[in-house]
Ligand binder design. Structure first.
Ligand code: PLP
Length: 443
């Protein structure tokens, strides 16, 4: 397979052409490590194509990615899944669709709602002990779709803890009611390449985004927008441009171009190793820690420990891992997530296993209270609230006020109360657990 973008950048860097164009570093290395990549960092000059054109080296590379993922079309984003989510929702706006969203959505979804003036109808997943992850009731989805004409369903899967939803069933239900299924697959770029293909597009989702940078050897910001059918192709690039810089980074685009080679030649073998290594690690530590499996399925490289079920507070576990020179993706009081990737070697699995087995702690019993989270009442639109004058209050003083700007614990950047909703005592309880002390409310 060819790598048209990488090949072009290498040729241009070695061509001796005088750069009478941006960027201002002119491809000249300086006395710092970063500048070593300057020669490969260009802008949209003749022959280099354009991220928003339908022909040229970038379009060729996107076609390679589409073939590898088995999609009708795949587009590159240099603004992460965030830009892909904005684009998917803009397309829904063109079709005047009503957006139904499963509540454990990332703030990228809420920002898009603000930008596009979308007021989602929420479906609350059935939570166990955290709002980050829960089970989606198919009958509730079907009920909502029955009542909502011209809809789309927005689902986050895998969620931040790595739990995968039953996309095949959700797609079937959506299509039965003429609805479009959009999946935030930011955490699932590997899903196409495991022994069992669990990629949303392969399972019937209409569109999804994958953050290449989260799970694959790609630069931060690199992501894919995938389509199952050709129908939306003519509108994608224009919609993406609504949210994008007009100077996209060729380095990020090039990392996606090179990733195609990795996906075609290396990833399957590496994932076979990784899946075995993860299950070996799970077996090794499972007498001491409760390792999550997901209700429907678990993204294999999200190694999620239910800290409370293991008898330790998540922040304490994180601290102990840091003492062992391990930095994790995420922790809260109840859970801790370590992210493996196809690039990890035996050494990483060994080190994590050793650290977990060596950590000394006195097991505590945490009360197993099921999370009570009635959906708060909505008072104004997401956009109106997010763009209203606001003040910041201690959370204790915010009950009954209207949530203003997007207030999320970061990570996992999942909203507790959403802009425009009345803040409830239950919201405050959860905010406290995530360490939030203040909240922005509409003045
Ligand atoms: C579930 C989920 N969706 C979307 C995003 C946004 O992705 P990106 O950082 O690639 O823009 C994130 C980022 O952490 C995420 O966790």
């Amino acid at each position: 397979m060819n790598t048209p973008i990488y090949d072009y950048l290498i040729k241009y860097a070695g061509s001796g052409i005088t750069r009478m164009h941006m960027p201002g570093h002119k491809g000249i290395c300086m006395e710092n490590e970063l500048s070593k990549i300057f020669p490969l960092d260009i802008t949209e000059i003749t022959d280099a194509g354009n991220l928003f054109e339908t022909e040229g080296i970038i379009a060729q590379s996107e076609k390679n990615a589409s073939r590898i993922f088995g999609t009708a079309a795949t587009f590159y984003s240099v603004h992460g899944s965030t830009q892909c989510i904005q684009t998917m929702l803009a397309l829904m706006k063109y079709e005047n669709r009503n957006v139904i969203a499963v509540r454990n959505a990332h703030r990228a979804f809420l920002s898009a709602c603000v930008l596009l003036d979308i007021d989602p109808q929420w479906i609350c997943p059935h939570y166990d002990d955290t709002i980050i992850s829960g089970t989606i009731s198919e009958s509730e989805v079907e009920e909502k779709l029955k009542k909502t004409k011209n809809a789309c369903l927005y689902v986050t899967s895998p969620d931040y803890l790595g739990c995968i939803a039953d996309i095949e069933t959700l797609a079937r239900i959506c299509h039965k009611y003429g609805a479009v299924l959009l999946v935030d697959n930011a955490h699932g770029a590997c899903l196409h390449f495991y022994r069992q293909n669990l990629h949303p597009i392969s399972l019937g989702a209409d569109m999804c985004c994958d953050s290449a940078h989260k799970m694959l050897p790609a630069l931060t910001g690199a992501a894919y927008l995938h389509l199952r059918e050709k129908k939306y192709i003519p509108y994608i690039k224009d919609s993406m441009l609504l949210f994008a810089s007009t100077s996209p980074s060729y380095l990020i685009i090039c990392s996606l171009d090179l990733c195609n080679l990795f996906l075609e030649k290396e990833i399957r073998e590496k994932l076979v190793f990784a899946q075995d290594a993860v299950s070996g690690l799970r077996d090794r530590v499972s007498g001491k820690f409760s390792v999550q499996k997901g209700t429907f399925a678990q993204e294999p490289l999200h190694f999620t420990i239910n800290a409370h079920s293991s008898g330790i507070d998540g922040s304490m576990l994180m601290k102990k891992l840091q003492e062992n020179k391990i930095e994790c993706e995420f922790y809260c009081d109840t859970h801790l997530v370590m992210l493996f990737s196809p690039s990890d070697t035996e050494e990483a699995y060994q080190k994590v296993g050793d650290a977990l087995m060596n950590i000394d702690f006195e097991k505590k019993t945490f009360s197993e209270k099921k999370l009570h989270f009635p959906l708060p009442q909505k008072h104004m639109s997401v956009r109106e609230a997010a763009l209203s004058p606001y003040e910041e209050l201690p959370i204790e003083k915010s009950v009954g006020k209207i949530c203003a700007n997007i207030n999320v614990p970061f990570p996992p950047a999942i909203p507790i109360s959403v802009s425009g909703e009345i803040i409830t005592a239950e919201c405050i309880d959860i905010m406290r657990r995530f360490g939030l002390t203040t909240i922005k409310v509409v003045k």
